[in-house]
Design a protein around this ligand. Structure first.
Ligand SMILES: C[S@@+](CC[C@H](N)C(=O)[O-])C[C@H]1O[C@@H](n2cnc3c(N)ncnc32)[C@H](O)[C@@H]1O
Length: 285
Protein backbone atom coordinates (compact mmCIF):
# COMPACT_ATOMS: atom_id res chain seq x y z
CA UNK A 1 0.00 0.00 0.00
CA UNK A 2 1.25 3.47 -0.92
CA UNK A 3 2.16 5.64 2.05
CA UNK A 4 -0.44 8.25 1.01
CA UNK A 5 -3.25 5.84 0.10
CA UNK A 6 -6.28 6.50 2.22
CA UNK A 7 -8.59 3.51 2.55
CA UNK A 8 -12.01 3.60 0.90
CA UNK A 9 -14.99 3.59 3.21
CA UNK A 10 -17.90 1.21 2.64
CA UNK A 11 -19.83 3.50 0.30
CA UNK A 12 -16.62 4.39 -1.59
CA UNK A 13 -16.03 0.67 -2.05
CA UNK A 14 -19.24 0.31 -4.03
CA UNK A 15 -17.35 2.03 -6.89
CA UNK A 16 -15.20 -1.08 -6.95
CA UNK A 17 -18.25 -3.33 -7.48
CA UNK A 18 -19.15 -1.23 -10.53
CA UNK A 19 -15.58 -1.41 -11.87
CA UNK A 20 -15.69 -5.17 -11.38
CA UNK A 21 -18.89 -5.34 -13.46
CA UNK A 22 -17.35 -3.16 -16.22
CA UNK A 23 -14.28 -5.39 -16.30
CA UNK A 24 -16.52 -8.45 -16.78
CA UNK A 25 -18.46 -6.78 -19.60
CA UNK A 26 -15.26 -5.65 -21.31
CA UNK A 27 -14.16 -9.29 -21.62
CA UNK A 28 -17.22 -10.32 -23.65
CA UNK A 29 -16.93 -10.65 -27.43
CA UNK A 30 -20.32 -8.89 -27.72
CA UNK A 31 -19.43 -6.17 -25.18
CA UNK A 32 -21.51 -2.99 -25.12
CA UNK A 33 -18.38 -0.89 -24.39
CA UNK A 34 -14.73 -1.47 -23.63
CA UNK A 35 -13.37 -0.16 -20.35
CA UNK A 36 -9.68 -1.11 -20.24
CA UNK A 37 -9.21 0.65 -16.88
CA UNK A 38 -11.87 -1.29 -14.95
CA UNK A 39 -9.65 -4.32 -14.46
CA UNK A 40 -6.80 -2.15 -13.18
CA UNK A 41 -9.06 -0.38 -10.70
CA UNK A 42 -10.19 -3.72 -9.32
CA UNK A 43 -6.58 -4.87 -8.86
CA UNK A 44 -5.49 -1.61 -7.20
CA UNK A 45 -8.52 -1.37 -4.94
CA UNK A 46 -7.79 -4.72 -3.39
CA UNK A 47 -5.11 -2.89 -1.38
CA UNK A 48 -7.26 -0.04 -0.10
CA UNK A 49 -10.82 -1.34 0.12
CA UNK A 50 -12.03 -3.20 3.19
CA UNK A 51 -14.71 -4.72 0.96
CA UNK A 52 -12.51 -5.81 -1.93
CA UNK A 53 -13.35 -9.48 -1.35
CA UNK A 54 -17.10 -9.02 -1.28
CA UNK A 55 -17.38 -6.35 -4.00
CA UNK A 56 -16.07 -8.65 -6.68
CA UNK A 57 -18.46 -11.58 -6.76
CA UNK A 58 -19.80 -14.02 -4.22
CA UNK A 59 -20.23 -17.72 -3.71
CA UNK A 60 -23.44 -19.76 -3.68
CA UNK A 61 -26.21 -19.63 -6.23
CA UNK A 62 -28.14 -16.65 -4.76
CA UNK A 63 -24.97 -14.53 -4.79
CA UNK A 64 -23.98 -15.77 -8.25
CA UNK A 65 -27.42 -14.84 -9.64
CA UNK A 66 -27.29 -11.45 -7.93
CA UNK A 67 -23.88 -10.72 -9.46
CA UNK A 68 -25.17 -11.81 -12.88
CA UNK A 69 -27.99 -9.28 -12.41
CA UNK A 70 -25.62 -6.52 -11.28
CA UNK A 71 -23.05 -7.05 -14.04
CA UNK A 72 -25.81 -7.01 -16.66
CA UNK A 73 -27.47 -3.93 -15.15
CA UNK A 74 -24.17 -2.03 -15.01
CA UNK A 75 -23.36 -3.05 -18.60
CA UNK A 76 -26.68 -1.77 -19.96
CA UNK A 77 -26.69 1.43 -17.95
CA UNK A 78 -23.05 2.16 -18.80
CA UNK A 79 -23.80 1.93 -22.51
CA UNK A 80 -26.99 3.96 -22.10
CA UNK A 81 -25.10 6.77 -20.31
CA UNK A 82 -22.23 6.61 -22.83
CA UNK A 83 -24.79 7.26 -25.56
CA UNK A 84 -26.48 9.97 -23.48
CA UNK A 85 -23.20 11.86 -23.01
CA UNK A 86 -22.33 11.49 -26.71
CA UNK A 87 -25.74 12.97 -27.62
CA UNK A 88 -25.35 15.85 -25.14
CA UNK A 89 -21.92 16.90 -26.41
CA UNK A 90 -23.05 16.44 -30.03
CA UNK A 91 -25.87 18.88 -29.19
CA UNK A 92 -23.30 21.42 -28.02
CA UNK A 93 -22.74 20.82 -24.31
CA UNK A 94 -19.11 21.66 -23.49
CA UNK A 95 -19.24 20.91 -19.77
CA UNK A 96 -19.75 17.41 -18.40
CA UNK A 97 -20.18 16.69 -14.70
CA UNK A 98 -19.84 13.16 -13.38
CA UNK A 99 -21.55 13.42 -10.00
CA UNK A 100 -20.16 10.58 -7.83
CA UNK A 101 -17.76 9.63 -10.62
CA UNK A 102 -16.33 6.73 -8.62
CA UNK A 103 -14.06 4.61 -10.82
CA UNK A 104 -15.93 5.56 -13.98
CA UNK A 105 -13.26 5.94 -16.71
CA UNK A 106 -15.43 7.82 -19.23
CA UNK A 107 -13.09 10.78 -18.93
CA UNK A 108 -10.47 8.72 -20.72
CA UNK A 109 -12.34 6.16 -22.75
CA UNK A 110 -14.93 8.32 -24.58
CA UNK A 111 -13.95 10.36 -27.65
CA UNK A 112 -14.57 13.90 -26.37
CA UNK A 113 -14.65 16.69 -28.91
CA UNK A 114 -12.15 19.53 -28.39
CA UNK A 115 -13.14 22.11 -25.81
CA UNK A 116 -15.00 19.78 -23.46
CA UNK A 117 -14.34 20.29 -19.74
CA UNK A 118 -15.13 17.29 -17.57
CA UNK A 119 -15.61 17.56 -13.83
CA UNK A 120 -15.51 14.48 -11.63
CA UNK A 121 -16.99 14.73 -8.13
CA UNK A 122 -16.53 12.05 -5.46
CA UNK A 123 -14.91 11.43 -2.10
CA UNK A 124 -11.19 12.25 -1.92
CA UNK A 125 -9.92 8.69 -1.31
CA UNK A 126 -11.88 7.33 -4.31
CA UNK A 127 -10.47 10.01 -6.63
CA UNK A 128 -6.96 9.43 -5.25
CA UNK A 129 -7.15 5.72 -5.98
CA UNK A 130 -8.44 6.48 -9.46
CA UNK A 131 -5.59 8.85 -10.26
CA UNK A 132 -2.98 6.45 -8.96
CA UNK A 133 -4.22 3.90 -11.50
CA UNK A 134 -4.64 6.38 -14.37
CA UNK A 135 -1.09 7.68 -13.84
CA UNK A 136 -1.61 11.12 -15.33
CA UNK A 137 -3.23 9.94 -18.57
CA UNK A 138 -5.19 12.74 -20.23
CA UNK A 139 -8.51 12.55 -22.11
CA UNK A 140 -8.50 12.22 -25.88
CA UNK A 141 -9.09 15.22 -28.14
CA UNK A 142 -7.70 17.87 -25.82
CA UNK A 143 -10.61 17.71 -23.36
CA UNK A 144 -9.87 18.95 -19.85
CA UNK A 145 -10.55 16.84 -16.79
CA UNK A 146 -10.83 18.30 -13.29
CA UNK A 147 -11.29 16.29 -10.10
CA UNK A 148 -13.33 17.80 -7.31
CA UNK A 149 -13.23 15.97 -3.96
CA UNK A 150 -16.48 16.68 -2.10
CA UNK A 151 -19.16 15.29 0.15
CA UNK A 152 -22.27 15.35 -2.02
CA UNK A 153 -24.48 15.85 1.03
CA UNK A 154 -22.73 19.16 1.75
CA UNK A 155 -22.31 22.43 -0.14
CA UNK A 156 -20.43 20.97 -3.14
CA UNK A 157 -21.47 23.63 -5.73
CA UNK A 158 -18.96 26.10 -4.24
CA UNK A 159 -16.13 23.62 -4.88
CA UNK A 160 -17.35 22.91 -8.41
CA UNK A 161 -17.51 26.60 -9.35
CA UNK A 162 -14.12 27.14 -7.73
CA UNK A 163 -12.79 24.34 -9.96
CA UNK A 164 -13.88 26.26 -13.07
CA UNK A 165 -17.49 25.19 -13.71
CA UNK A 166 -19.46 27.94 -15.49
CA UNK A 167 -23.09 27.96 -14.35
CA UNK A 168 -23.91 30.33 -17.22
CA UNK A 169 -23.24 27.59 -19.79
CA UNK A 170 -25.18 24.36 -20.27
CA UNK A 171 -23.73 21.10 -18.97
CA UNK A 172 -24.41 17.38 -19.22
CA UNK A 173 -24.78 15.99 -15.70
CA UNK A 174 -24.56 12.30 -14.93
CA UNK A 175 -25.73 10.95 -11.57
CA UNK A 176 -25.04 7.23 -11.92
CA UNK A 177 -25.26 4.79 -9.02
CA UNK A 178 -25.43 7.53 -6.36
CA UNK A 179 -29.04 8.25 -5.43
CA UNK A 180 -29.76 4.96 -3.60
CA UNK A 181 -26.91 5.86 -1.22
CA UNK A 182 -28.66 9.12 -0.26
CA UNK A 183 -31.76 9.65 1.86
CA UNK A 184 -34.79 11.32 0.25
CA UNK A 185 -33.82 14.62 1.92
CA UNK A 186 -30.20 14.44 0.71
CA UNK A 187 -31.39 13.46 -2.78
CA UNK A 188 -33.68 16.51 -2.87
CA UNK A 189 -30.91 18.81 -1.69
CA UNK A 190 -28.53 17.39 -4.27
CA UNK A 191 -31.00 17.95 -7.10
CA UNK A 192 -31.86 21.45 -5.84
CA UNK A 193 -28.20 22.45 -5.77
CA UNK A 194 -27.50 20.82 -9.13
CA UNK A 195 -30.55 22.43 -10.75
CA UNK A 196 -29.49 25.86 -9.48
CA UNK A 197 -26.25 25.43 -11.49
CA UNK A 198 -27.96 24.05 -14.62
CA UNK A 199 -28.29 26.69 -17.36
CA UNK A 200 -31.16 26.30 -19.86
CA UNK A 201 -30.37 23.53 -22.34
CA UNK A 202 -28.51 21.46 -19.72
CA UNK A 203 -29.03 17.71 -19.53
CA UNK A 204 -29.20 15.25 -16.65
CA UNK A 205 -29.29 11.47 -16.48
CA UNK A 206 -29.63 9.04 -13.58
CA UNK A 207 -30.60 5.48 -12.85
CA UNK A 208 -33.55 4.39 -10.75
CA UNK A 209 -33.55 1.01 -9.05
CA UNK A 210 -36.55 1.64 -6.84
CA UNK A 211 -36.89 2.06 -3.10
CA UNK A 212 -35.09 0.27 -0.26
CA UNK A 213 -37.84 -2.31 -0.07
CA UNK A 214 -37.60 -3.39 -3.72
CA UNK A 215 -33.78 -3.59 -3.54
CA UNK A 216 -33.50 -5.53 -0.31
CA UNK A 217 -33.61 -9.15 -1.60
CA UNK A 218 -31.02 -8.33 -4.26
CA UNK A 219 -28.73 -6.53 -1.80
CA UNK A 220 -28.96 -9.37 0.69
CA UNK A 221 -27.95 -11.82 -2.01
CA UNK A 222 -25.06 -9.60 -3.18
CA UNK A 223 -23.77 -8.89 0.31
CA UNK A 224 -25.84 -8.22 3.46
CA UNK A 225 -23.41 -5.37 4.26
CA UNK A 226 -24.94 -3.39 1.40
CA UNK A 227 -28.38 -3.29 3.02
CA UNK A 228 -27.29 -0.66 5.53
CA UNK A 229 -25.69 1.47 2.79
CA UNK A 230 -28.95 1.73 0.85
CA UNK A 231 -30.90 4.81 1.88
CA UNK A 232 -33.36 4.59 -1.01
CA UNK A 233 -32.79 7.83 -2.94
CA UNK A 234 -35.65 10.21 -3.72
CA UNK A 235 -38.27 7.40 -3.75
CA UNK A 236 -41.47 7.54 -5.80
CA UNK A 237 -41.73 8.49 -9.46
CA UNK A 238 -38.41 9.78 -10.89
CA UNK A 239 -40.23 11.68 -13.66
CA UNK A 240 -42.33 13.65 -11.16
CA UNK A 241 -39.22 14.30 -9.06
CA UNK A 242 -37.29 15.76 -12.00
CA UNK A 243 -40.26 17.73 -13.31
CA UNK A 244 -40.64 19.28 -9.87
CA UNK A 245 -37.10 20.64 -10.20
CA UNK A 246 -37.58 22.10 -13.68
CA UNK A 247 -36.49 19.21 -15.91
CA UNK A 248 -38.29 17.53 -18.78
CA UNK A 249 -37.62 13.80 -18.31
CA UNK A 250 -37.81 10.57 -20.32
CA UNK A 251 -37.96 7.45 -18.14
CA UNK A 252 -36.91 4.31 -19.99
CA UNK A 253 -37.18 0.68 -19.01
CA UNK A 254 -33.79 -1.04 -18.77
CA UNK A 255 -35.11 -4.15 -20.53
CA UNK A 256 -36.28 -2.15 -23.54
CA UNK A 257 -32.86 -0.56 -23.83
CA UNK A 258 -31.30 -4.03 -23.43
CA UNK A 259 -33.37 -5.26 -26.38
CA UNK A 260 -32.19 -2.33 -28.47
CA UNK A 261 -28.62 -3.34 -27.68
CA UNK A 262 -29.39 -6.99 -28.53
CA UNK A 263 -28.81 -8.11 -24.95
CA UNK A 264 -31.21 -10.89 -23.87
CA UNK A 265 -31.86 -11.69 -20.18
CA UNK A 266 -29.29 -14.10 -18.79
CA UNK A 267 -29.88 -17.26 -16.78
CA UNK A 268 -30.27 -16.22 -13.15
CA UNK A 269 -30.45 -12.49 -13.85
CA UNK A 270 -34.21 -12.08 -13.55
CA UNK A 271 -35.29 -13.61 -10.25
CA UNK A 272 -38.75 -12.88 -8.89
CA UNK A 273 -38.59 -10.04 -6.38
CA UNK A 274 -35.59 -8.29 -7.91
CA UNK A 275 -35.96 -4.74 -9.15
CA UNK A 276 -36.54 -3.72 -12.75
CA UNK A 277 -34.27 -0.71 -13.17
CA UNK A 278 -35.22 2.38 -15.12
CA UNK A 279 -32.89 4.74 -16.91
CA UNK A 280 -33.71 8.41 -16.89
CA UNK A 281 -32.57 11.31 -19.03
CA UNK A 282 -33.91 14.84 -18.94
CA UNK A 283 -33.42 18.28 -20.44
CA UNK A 284 -33.56 21.58 -18.56
CA UNK A 285 -36.81 23.36 -19.31
C1 LIG B 1 -21.91 2.74 -6.88
S1 LIG B 1 -20.60 3.91 -6.99
C2 LIG B 1 -20.92 4.58 -8.62
C3 LIG B 1 -19.72 5.29 -9.19
C4 LIG B 1 -19.83 5.77 -10.65
N1 LIG B 1 -20.91 6.69 -10.88
C5 LIG B 1 -19.98 4.60 -11.58
O1 LIG B 1 -21.09 4.33 -12.07
O2 LIG B 1 -18.95 3.96 -11.83
C6 LIG B 1 -21.16 5.18 -5.88
C7 LIG B 1 -20.17 6.32 -5.66
O3 LIG B 1 -20.82 7.35 -4.95
C8 LIG B 1 -19.88 7.96 -4.10
N2 LIG B 1 -20.60 8.63 -3.02
C9 LIG B 1 -21.63 8.14 -2.27
N3 LIG B 1 -22.02 9.05 -1.36
C10 LIG B 1 -21.22 10.14 -1.53
C11 LIG B 1 -21.14 11.41 -0.89
N4 LIG B 1 -21.95 11.72 0.12
N5 LIG B 1 -20.21 12.27 -1.33
C12 LIG B 1 -19.37 11.95 -2.35
N6 LIG B 1 -19.42 10.78 -3.00
C13 LIG B 1 -20.33 9.88 -2.59
C14 LIG B 1 -19.02 6.81 -3.62
O4 LIG B 1 -17.77 7.27 -3.12
C15 LIG B 1 -18.93 5.95 -4.87
O5 LIG B 1 -17.78 6.25 -5.63
Amino acid sequence: VHADDRPLDAIGSTSLGIAFARAQESRRPDRLFDDPYAERFVAAAAEVSPLAGTMTGGTGSAAANAWTFLVRHVAIRTRFFDDYLADAVAAGSRQVVLVAAGLDARGLRLPWPPGVHLFELDQGPVLELKERVLQGRAPAGGARRTLVPVDLREDWPAALVQAGFDAGQPAAWLVEGLLPALTATDSDRLLERLSALAAPGSWIACDDTGDVHSMRPLLEALDPLLVALWKGGPGGDPAAWLRGHGWDPDVLDQEEEARRYGRAPEPGSDQAGWPRPRLVRARRQ
